[in-house]
Design a protein around this ligand. Structure first.
Ligand code: SAH
Length: 662
């Protein structure tokens, strides 16, 4: 809930505006300001105060309890020009709230002073994964440009990290199928023309320097040698306690040798691992959501017994509970209160599987009891493996709880997911920055690698995080771009494949997805395609059935194109021609217009839009009879009306056919 507090008439008007915009998320606190702030601070996750920052600082100062628990606080000034994220920028969500408030109040701008946000660097606590250890010290080092040694078990699809975070070593694979770069086929670049690789951001000229995490290209440091595993056990941070790492157990799961330290040159260390690792004074660890815990239970099992079993299983294997992404069990146990509560207390979902799905999984320790009870020889191991998905690795085989003086009621097993790369296919819109969707912008910042045509990269280069790898190539290299994007994602990276307009319209989405296998996650972000951008400029030409036809016969035989033009002509459908005419391809447009003219009057309106939404945008309305093909080029779309399309007050209108209009 967001608490709203105001004092003045102007503040109260703005407050009411916000309350009306977000009726379910806000609560208005009336009465004397001090008490209102105190109550809201106590009751809400976030506050928006329509008060001066100074006043709010004084009011909340005595209430502050700590970064992890204080609400996020945003102040809005009397003229509503600024929404200031005052407190709890990341943890309290105040930075995001300041932006949302600005969107809701016209003319208002967010003021965000958190260093990582201002520098365009992803805060360690904004990556969606738990982070532990010396977060502030490591963040400081990142911001100061100090070397930060990165130890990642695998290539995780994280956003671009700044160039001073360098992969310190390619850690040994924690086990087969664990998804380190070694077991993913490297991008088959040798067979493709190499795209130009650059790294976005000031002061960086080293391609690959910020290659996401633990890049395939990172020099492999030999960590398999005789590590000093006899040294004293060291303190390691796990989920809820500080424990002493058992080096033998750590070895069993491939955990780092206890004596492992960062590069000699590095002062700060960032781990990305689900293992318990030694954390020095300047070390932080990001916990990927990599573990699935399968649980079996007898009816009436207590949550504490389940949780204790999970704690033991993880601790002995040297794994962190903060990397547990879900609990998994059989459908028959979906309502088992002890399991439901255990999942709740771990803060993860409880996923359930049908008995026949569980029985189909090959497990090391099948048994007769669950087979008799619910029809599968394995619950814990099978559910863990199913939940962890393709390429999962069983790290902890089935074990039973060990309650005192009574039979065990729970079993658990732990599986590790193979990291999945992420391919976002992002439409950039026709050109204007304000026609780039917020979601596209987010995806560009979410990526560590951007693949695209050089001129499209230019369109958005300033939006990329410092350290983003940019793989750009020229016109004609479509196949290579599609292959590169997919290979980069298969190597575990977060990739954005960009295209102008909508990336799925005569663009890269289909060649890329035709190559993509199901071992990567794919996200599509729609963009404003040229036909829509042009239509909005022309008026309402697409008010009834319409079709887009590309006149490029590079990839499609002309006979096919002609057949489609003829079909559209006969069906009286509005047609938008993409790729209408180039220097070497000039007869297709007149030919296509001729086919349409066989079924439409010479006076049929035709709209021509060049460079829609770009600096040199131009548009013209003409007719089928009068169109001069010389005015059309590859930066243009041509929209031909149907038989009922008309010019009204200089605009092109295709009637929708409402009865009240006839
Ligand atoms: N994916 C793009 C289309 C790529 S095909 C989209 O969804 O818009 C390239 C053709 O699109 C160009 O030859 C031109 O016909 C059209 N086009 C792309 N952007 C345009 C713009 N801003 N103005 C006019 N036409 C455009």
């Amino acid at each position: 809930m967001i608490g709203l507090i105001s004092a003045t008439a102007a503040g109260t008007a703005a407050r009411d505006r916000l309350a009306a915009a977000w009726p379910d998320r806000t609560r208005v606190y009336e009465g004397p300001v001090r008490e209102a702030v105190e109550r809201a601070f106590e009751e809400c996750e976030q506050l928006v105060c329509f008060l001066a920052t100074g006043a709010v600082v004084r009011l909340v100062a005595p209430l502050l309890a700590g970064k992890a628990v204080d609400p996020g606080v945003v102040c809005v000034d009397e003229a509503q020009q600024h929404a200031v994220a005052l407190l709890g920028g990341h943890g309290g969500g105040a930075n995001a709230l300041a932006r949302a408030v600005s969107d809701a109040l016209p003319g208002c701008r967010p003021v965000v002073t958190t260093a990582t946000d201002a520098a365009g660097i992803p805060g360690l606590d904004t990556l969606g994964w738990p982070v532990e250890g010396a977060v502030a010290a490591v963040t400081r080092a990142i911001l100061d440009g100090d070397p930060v040694a990165l130890h990642a078990d695998a290539q995780w699809p994280l956003p671009a990290l700044p160039p001073n975070i360098r992969s310190a070593a390619t850690d040994p694979a924690p086990g087969p199928g664990s998804g380190t770069s070694g077991d993913v086929p490297p991008p088959p670049r040798a067979e493709r023309p190499t795209p130009v690789a650059t790294v976005a951001g000031p002061g960086s000229d080293a391609p690959g320097a910020a290659d996401g995490l633990a890049a395939a290209s990172a020099p492999a440091v030999d960590t398999t040698g005789p590590a000093d595993t006899t040294s004293a056990a060291v303190t390691a941070v796990t989920a809820d306690t500080t424990v002493v790492a058992d080096t033998a157990a750590a070895r069993a799961t491939g955990a780092a040798p206890a004596s492992r330290t960062a590069d000699a040159t590095s002062t700060a260390v960032l781990w990305v691992t689900d293992r318990t690792v030694p954390l020095g004074e300047r070390a932080a660890v990001l916990r990927p959501a990599s573990l699935a815990v399968g649980v079996g239970a007898s009816r009436g099992v207590g949550a504490e017994e389940v949780l204790e079993l999970i704690r033991e299983a993880l601790a002995e294997a040297g794994l962190s509970a903060r990397s547990v992404a879900e609990l998994a069990t059989a459908d028959a146990k979906a309502d088992e209160a002890g399991l439901v509560e255990a999942a709740q207390r771990l803060g993860v979902p409880l996923r359930t599987y049908a008995a026949d799905a569980l029985s189909a999984v090959d497990v090391p320790n099948p048994s007769g009891a669950p087979l008799a009870a619910i029809g599968t020889p394995s619950v814990a191991e099978a559910a863990a493996l199913l939940a962890a998905g393709q390429g999962a690795e069983l790290l902890v085989p089935k074990r039973k709880s060990t309650p005192e003086n009574r039979p065990a009621m729970a079993t658990a097993a732990v599986a590790r997911r193979r990291p999945r790369g992420r391919l976002a296919v992002v439409g950039l819109g026709p050109g204007a920055r304000d026609l780039l969707t917020p979601r596209a912008r987010e995806e560009l910042r979410r990526a560590s690698t951007v693949v695209g045509l050089d001129q499209y990269v230019d369109q958005i280069r300033d939006l990329l995080r410092p350290g983003t790898r940019v793989l750009e190539s020229g016109l004609g290299a479509e196949e290579e771009r599609a292959g590169t994007a997919v290979a980069e994602a298969r190597a575990g990276r977060a990739v954005a494949l960009i295209g102008s307009g909508d990336a799925g319209v005569y663009a890269m989405a289909s060649p890329a997805l035709a190559e993509a296998s199901d071992d990567i996650d794919v996200v599509g972000v729609p963009g404003v395609t040229a036909a829509l951008a042009a239509a909005a400029i022309l008026g309402a030409p697409l008010g009834h059935d319409h079709v887009s036809i590309s006149l490029s016969d590079l990839h499609t035989p002309w006979e096919v194109i002609e057949r489609r033009v003829r079909a559209a002509a006969e069906a009286d459908i509005v047609v938008t021609f993409y790729n209408p005419r180039s220097r070497g391809r000039d007869w297709q447009l007149p030919k296509a217009l001729g086919i349409l003219a066989e079924h439409r009057a010479p006076a049929t309106p035709v709209g021509i839009v060049r460079n829609a939404s770009r600096a040199d945008e131009s548009s013209r309305l003409t007719t089928l009879a009068e169109l001069d093909p010389a005015t059309v080029d590859m930066m243009t779309v041509v929209v031909v009306g149907n038989t009922s399309a008309r010019e009204v007050a200089g605009r092109m209108v295709t009637p929708r056919g409402y009865r009240w209009q006839t």
